[in-house]
Design a protein around this ligand. Sequence first.
Ligand code: GLY
Ligand code: MN
Ligand code: MN
Length: 476
Amino acid sequence: MKLIFLMKVRIIFALSCLMILTSVGSVAQTKNHYQADSDKLTAEFHKERRELLRSKMPDSSCAVIFASPERIRSADVDFVYHQNPDFYYLSGLNEPNAMLILWKEFRLVEGVKTNEVIFVQARDASKEKWYGKRLGTSEVISTLGFINAYPSEEFDMMDGLFNGLSKILDTGIPKGLVDDRHSKADLSDLVEAFQLKSSYPTAKHDDYLLGKLLRSMREIKTPEEIKLLQKAADISVKAHVEMMKALKPAMTEYQVEAIGEYFFMKEGAQEPAYPSICGAAENACILHYQTNRRTLNVGDLILLDMGAEYHGYAADITRTLPVNGKFSEQQSKIYQLVLTAQKAAIEACLPGNNFYDPDRVAKKILSDGLINMQVIKSPDELGRYYPHGTSHFLGLDVHDVGTHGTLKAGMLITVEPGLYFPEGSPCDPALWNIGIRIEDDILITEEGFVNLSAALAKEILEIERTMTEKSIFDQN
Ligand code: GLY
Ligand code: MN
Ligand code: MN
C-alpha cells in the first residue's frame, strides 16, 4: 500500500516535472530572449542610415542628435524609457543621456580621423545594479559599429568639435529636460554644453533641415524594417483575434485590453505602440479614449484600437466589434459603410498616387452614404461625424514622420476611416453612441500595396463567426 502510494507520488512528480518542462519549453519557443534579440536591426543598418544622411547634408555641416530625456512618472519613479526614434534609427542605442554628432566631411577628433562620434553613458556598477546593464563605450564600438565613442562626461572637455562648419543641424533642443544634480553628464548637461560650445543660436544653426532630411529617409522603409513592421502587425493580429474570441457582455474595457496586451507580450512585443484604446458605446466616439474602465453591455459596440511595438516598430490596428457577438441592423448599416470606404481607400494606396488620395476616396464614400441615409445634407457636414484624417505614416513612431506627397514603394500608411455619433448629435437618436473605426496597415510596393494586417477579420460575417470560436479565457 505504502509502495503503491510512493510510486503514485513519484509518477505524479514525474508528470508535473514534464508539464513544467513542456510549458517552459513552449514559453522558450515563443519568447526566447536570444531569439528575440537576434532579429533586431543590425549595426550595418544603422551605419548605412548615417551614411545616407551624411550624403544629403550640406557641405561642411554637422548634425547633432540627442537621445530622449528620461521622464518622471511620479516622485522617484520614471516612465519606461523610450528612445528618440531619430536617434535609434541612426545609432541602434536604446539608452538615455547620449548624443550623436555626424560631420559631412572627415576631421580629426581627439587625434582620430572620423566623421562621427557618439557620447554615451559610462559603465557604472552601482547604477547598473539598480537600472540594468549599460553598453558603455567599448560595447557601443563593438556591437553598434562606431569607430569613436566617448563617455558623455567627456563632451564638455572636448574642444573644436564645431569649428570650421558652415551649418550646425539639429532637430531642436529636447523639451522637458530635468537636470539630475547627481550627474555631470545627463542630457540636460549635454544640451547645455552643446549650446555653449556651438554658441547656440547663431545663423549657422538650423533646426529645420535635419528633420526634413530624416523625414524623407524614415518614410521609406527598408526590407529589414518591413520585416519588423510585419512582425509587429502579426503579433497585433493575433491579439485582436484573441480579443474577438474572448469578448462578451459583462466584461470590462480593461479586461479586453488585458487580453490584447497579454498576447502582445506573450508573442514577444516589448510594449504597446501607444496607449490601448478600448472604448465601448459612447466611449467608442472618443477618438483617443484611454480610460478603459467601463463595463460592457449587450448591444454595445466596442472599438479596439491596439497595436504592438516590436524592436521599436509599431503596428496600429482597429476593429470595432459587437459586444454580444452580433451587429444590430443599425450598427451593420454604419459598419458596412465604413468598411466599404476603408476597402476603397486601400485600393487607392498605389505608388504614384498622392498621400491624400485614400482620404479623398474614403470621404466621398462616407459622405455619399450619410447623405443617402439622410444623416447629412451635404459633404461639408461630414466632419461632424468623421473628424479625423484617413491615413498617417507608420514606423518607429505610431504617427510616423513623412513628407505627405507622392506615395512611393516602401512607405507604410494606415487606412482608418470611421464614423462617430456621440449622444446629442443632430441625427436619428438610434445612431447615438455608435462609434466605428476600421484600421489596417498598408505597405506601398512597386506593384501596388500589401496589407500587413490582412489576416484579421473585418467583414461582418467573418467577425461574427470568429466571435463564436472558443477562447482560452472561457470558463468551460
Ligand atoms: N492609434 C491611434 C491612431 O490610429 O491614430
Ligand atoms: Mn489606431
Ligand atoms: Mn492610426
